[in-house]
Write a protein that binds this ligand. Structure first.
Ligand code: ADP
Length: 389
């Protein structure tokens, strides 16, 4: 097991495509790190550079304290699990798992008995001992996935690299396999780097999440921190479902209180949002509100930092109600913003076409500078430091 570090790693593909732009990461021993971001943001390229499958254009990669820039993939002591597991169809599960070790038996100084023990141990960890004689075609998707992981485990690598391993499986299986991967990591504690475009997968799996866009790291942190304290609008938008609501407008004073004028309603601000508003008074800004933070109940707005005499609220018209089960998504519009979503308890009484007041729980609201990459100014205003590079 090992620490993995990347120092200012770049990848420029022919034609000046800057796929990875000065990525620096410090992945602690035993950590499970998820690289997440939209398609094309450079996460696979980053992973493949760690694996040695892609040369790096500049920077340094270390695995277990050794610089591996010029070390061949097979000598990096890492194991990669891909999206298509690429099991050998004509070989049994046992042989698939033993293959890489058999191939390098002499070089690794392993006896046949050593290999047998490693395969059986890995099969036990994964609960696939009874499948060892089967061929891949006689396995379910989930079982194949386990065999692919088993092939990685037998090599007892310093780190596991997963490249979208679940993107080919159906939604239900994905959730099951996700928890299996997590449990496996709890048991083996091998340093893991996992790539996905799925923010929910990232949130559930990662000890630490690395959000990327356009080849750059936007934010690094534990899932909850990224969710609660996005450093910019992109991260606020990308992490969380339904995504954060963004209202463009202006920071104003309303009866002497800092407020956000979204064009038709003035949302009174308090706490760290009011602090941030003070230094951005009169400016065009963007108010970000998590769907969970919109409610029909004034009490949440109060406990969220609003003052009883001037609650953060907006007048909206309900455009659509989507029942999800325990909760429902209430789509709303103001005269100036037509796409607001509130996630509310199913029992909340609302009907399409209704005009009403929604209250904002300011704990889950943020003030951003304009633009899709607008910086979150309401984190630093309360003395907290935003982390981004
Ligand atoms: P992700 O895994 O986040 O979807 P990739 O790392 O695969 O992103 O790609 C990052 C960027 O590099 C994209 O713009 C992609 O088009 C480009 N890219 C990836 N592989 C190559 C390649 N072999 N040659 C040229 N450009 C590439």
């Amino acid at each position: 097991m090992a620490r993995v570090t990347l120092q200012s790693v770049c990848k420029v593909y022919p034609g000046d495509v800057m796929a990875v732009d000065r990525v620096s990461l410090d992945i602690a021993d035993e950590q499970f790190v998820v690289l997440v971001g939209p398609s094309g943001c450079g996460k696979s390229t980053t992973l493949r550079m760690v694996a040695g499958l892609e040369e790096i254009s500049s920077g340094t990669i270390e695995i277990g304290g050794r610089v591996v820039n010029d070390v061949a993939p097979k000598d990096r002591d890492i194991a990669m699990v891909f999206q298509n597991y690429a099991l050998y169809p004509h070989m049994s599960v046992y042989k698939n798992m033993a293959f890489s070790l058999t191939l390098r038996r002499r070089e690794l100084g392993l006896s046949k008995a050593d290999i047998d023990r490693k395969v059986r141990d890995a099969a036990k960890v994964l609960g696939i001992e009874q499948l060892l004689e089967r061929k891949p075609k006689a396995l379910s998707g989930g079982q194949r996935q386990r065999v692919a992981v088993g092939r990685a485990i037998v090599r007892d690598p310093k780190a596991f690299l997963f490249d979208e391993p679940l993107s080919n499986v159906d939604a239900k299986m994905r959730v099951e396999m996700r928890s299996e991967i997590k449990k496996l990591h709890r048991r083996l504690r091998t340093t893991t780097i996992y790539v996905t475009h799925d923010q929910e997968e990232a949130m559930t799996l990662g000890d630490v999440i690395v959000v990327m866009k356009d080849g750059r790291v936007q934010q690094v942190g534990p899932p909850l921190e990224i969710f609660e304290r996005p450093v910019n609008r992109f991260v606020g938008d990308f992490i969380g479902t339904p995504p954060m609501n963004f209202l463009s407008g202006r920071v104003v004073a309303d009866n002497g209180h800092p407020a956000f004028d979204e064009g038709s309603s003035k949302v009174t601000l308090a706490g760290r949002l009011a602090d941030a508003a003070k230094s951005h008074s009169g400016r065009e800004m963007v108010l970000g509100i998590r769907p969970e933070a919109l409610s029909m109940e004034p009490d949440r707005a109060v406990s969220g930092g609003g003052r009883p005499d001037a609650l953060p609220q907006m007048t909206v018209r309900v455009t659509l109600v989507e029942l999800l089960g325990k909760e429902k998504d209430v789509h709303m519009a103001t005269p100036t913003h037509d796409r607001l979503v509130g996630r509310m308890d199913s029992h909340v009484q609302v009907r399409e076409g209704q005009e009403l007041k929604v209250y904002v729980d300011l704990r889950s609201a943020h003030l951003f500078e304009p633009g899709v990459m607008g910086r979150n100014v309401s984190l630093t205003a309360s003395g907290e430091t935003a982390r981004a590079n």
